[in-house]
Unconditional design. Structure first.
Length: 329
């Protein structure tokens, strides 16, 4: 058995190799079939137009060999990169903000300690690449600078793209466009979206919302890392990548679909909780097990389980939740 997965992450002591092997042998068949379809779709061109067919293909998963390219195209990162030649290099060569640099350096060793490619002993060591991407981004988007969580996202982008500049532009797509205001110092967008999830749970899984309220558990306690890290270190790697495929194409509502599916699928289990710590523990448990390992069937569930979920609904909820937060502040 391989202790390290294809992305460089060490598997935990209690990793269930048997059920993973069983899943992966089935999933490999799916991946092979998808790879053939994607190659036909791309026909050797490095471009695609957004369409229902492409959306359907993305929901069924992008093969790893095409993943960086498709993320770049559908997120708008490719266009931005082409329109700003040399910009990334100039950011790295320009004046640096010492406080920002210090904050980033502090987090270097804390980023994926369980990933062999991010170790100081690795060759090449991805810490250096990660440092560059974060420093460049902090100077590109001064309103955000750097905050914890961004290191994990940038790290994942580097593992997939294997390209420093592409990782920078994808980070820009996520933080600048796809996620509304998650990483600004006040994190208003993040707090808002946690409240929005609470409202959606009231609508779609009312018994769980009622349990949370009865025990005074705030949503931010159980789901903030889902939003900040976009499920990194919370769900298995393959599953996170499948979620990101859709996130780059369809935007932030995908996060709500995933969260609602996790909660809905485990409703009975969550409702067994009888006190505050119990509830928090249940929320840790629901991100493990076969439901999330079987990424292909899990992704099908996120588009059926929560029912209809339009961007219009989310934006309306965002407005009311934001106003409520601002009035409390």
């Amino acid at each position: 058995f391989c202790r390290v997965d294809p992305y460089g992450f060490e598997r935990p002591e209690d990793f269930d190799y048997a059920s993973y092997e069983a899943f992966f042998s089935r999933y490999l068949v799916v991946l092979t079939r998808r790879a053939i379809k994607w190659s036909r779709l791309l026909k050797g061109n490095n471009s695609i137009q957004k369409s229902l067919k492409v959306k359907r293909y993305i929901r069924k998963g992008i093969p790893n060999e095409h993943r960086a390219l498709i993320w770049m195209i559908v997120s708008g990162a490719q266009t931005n990169m082409e329109q700003n030649p040399g910009y990334y290099q100039r950011l790295l060569e320009g004046e640096k903000n010492d406080k920002l640099v210090e904050a980033i350096k502090t987090d270097m060793n804390r980023t994926f300690p369980d990933n062999v490619k991010f170790r100081k002993t690795a060759d090449p060591c991805l810490q250096h690449t990660l440092y560059n991407v974060l420093v460049a981004y902090g100077h590109h988007n001064k309103a955000v600078g750097y905050c914890q969580g961004m290191n994990f996202i940038a790290g994942y982008l580097i593992l997939i793209t294997k390209n420093e500049e592409e990782s920078f532009w994808l980070l820009d797509a996520l933080i600048g466009r796809i996620l509304p205001d998650y990483y600004s110092p006040a994190m208003l967008g993040l707090k808002t979206d946690q409240e929005v999830l609470g409202e959606l749970v009231k609508m779609k899984v009312p018994a769980v919302a009622e349990l949370m309220e009865r025990h005074g558990v705030m949503w931010t306690l159980v789901v903030s890392r889902w939003f900040i890290c976009l499920f990194i270190d919370i769900l298995p790697v393959e599953t996170v990548l499948r979620i990101w495929d859709c996130l780059f194409y369809e935007g932030s509502k995908i996060i709500f679909r995933v969260a609602l599916t996790l909660i809905k699928q485990h409703q009975a289990f969550i409702l067994e909780a009888t006190n505050f710590p119990d509830i928090c523990d249940k929320f840790k448990q629901i991100t493990k097990g076969t439901l999330v390992t079987e990424c292909h069937s899990f992704m099908q569930k996120i588009f059926t389980d929560p029912g209809s979920l339009s961007m219009a609904t989310i934006n309306k909820l965002r407005e009311t939740c934001r106003e409520k937060l601002l009035s409390q502040g």
